[in-house]
Design a protein around this ligand. Sequence first.
Ligand SMILES: Nc1ncnc2c1ncn2[C@@H]1O[C@H](COP(=O)(O)OP(=O)(O)OP(=O)(O)O)[C@@H](O)[C@H]1O
Ligand SMILES: [Mg+2]
Length: 257
Amino acid sequence: MSNQKGGVGKTAVAINVAGALNEQGHEVLFVDLDPQGNATENLGMREAYDEGPPSLFDVLSDAEQRSYITNLVREHEEMDVVPSNIDMTAVEPELTLSRRSGQQLSLALEHVEGRYDYVIIDCPPFLGNLMDNALYAAQNTLIPALAETTSKRAFELLFDHISALEKDYDIEIRDRGVVLNRIDVRKIQAREMIEWVENAFDDTPVWRVRERAAVQRAMTEGSSLFVEAPQCDQVDAFREIARGLDKQFRRRRVSHD
Ligand SMILES: Nc1ncnc2c1ncn2[C@@H]1O[C@H](COP(=O)(O)OP(=O)(O)OP(=O)(O)O)[C@@H](O)[C@H]1O
Ligand SMILES: [Mg+2]
């Protein structure tokens, strides 16, 4: 989940897509790469965020502690979680010092390879080493954004950054979809922006999630809508995203087999 713009719903979309994938029978690992630890707290793991070392900080900044990631994994009823930690606030400069600054998460995730169908990484709201680590590890991105004109500039900055990263590491990062979030169809700006995004991303799915109090409430209560508010109409929006991702990844697997 990447978008350097803050508060667009990266964490909300990440948790609910994870919930939808779980409902569809997938094993999901959720990595909270944001030093703010919102997802960690939302998923009821505040104590892991406050815990002393070793944490995700050590896994990312010390090659010798990389395999410790398997000990960090916590169980949530819908997914496994690698929680963030208070120490993650100091990880950006540490990563800059490392020789393979963008590859540390990918190297760590090798230790859980094969255990999950999906790994969802919740990014922090800045274009730094952490986001690079997420993009390098996933080499796929889902972009939550608000249906506001300010999102145009955010897309531009994000895609410039992704292009530079692809060049630096000689990789290809695929955009798997845009999730227009917190849509209020009564607003003209929202309707115009939906149209703009659908034109701008002609080969990429554009999914829509409405503004709903239940999304916020479910987050504070520790789970996705699928557990906390299955009656909310937006569960269908997240089901559609999960099915769309499934289709994209399955199709790829078939064509490779
Ligand atoms: N569809 C929605 N309807 C209502 N509220 C929402 C919706 N999506 C997100 N929110 C709320 O909006 C706020 C910001 O969402 P969220 O924390 O997911 O954004 P973010 O992009 O992860 O933020 P940050 O950049 O700080 O990591 C939260 O309070 C969240 O509960
Ligand atoms: Mg967030």
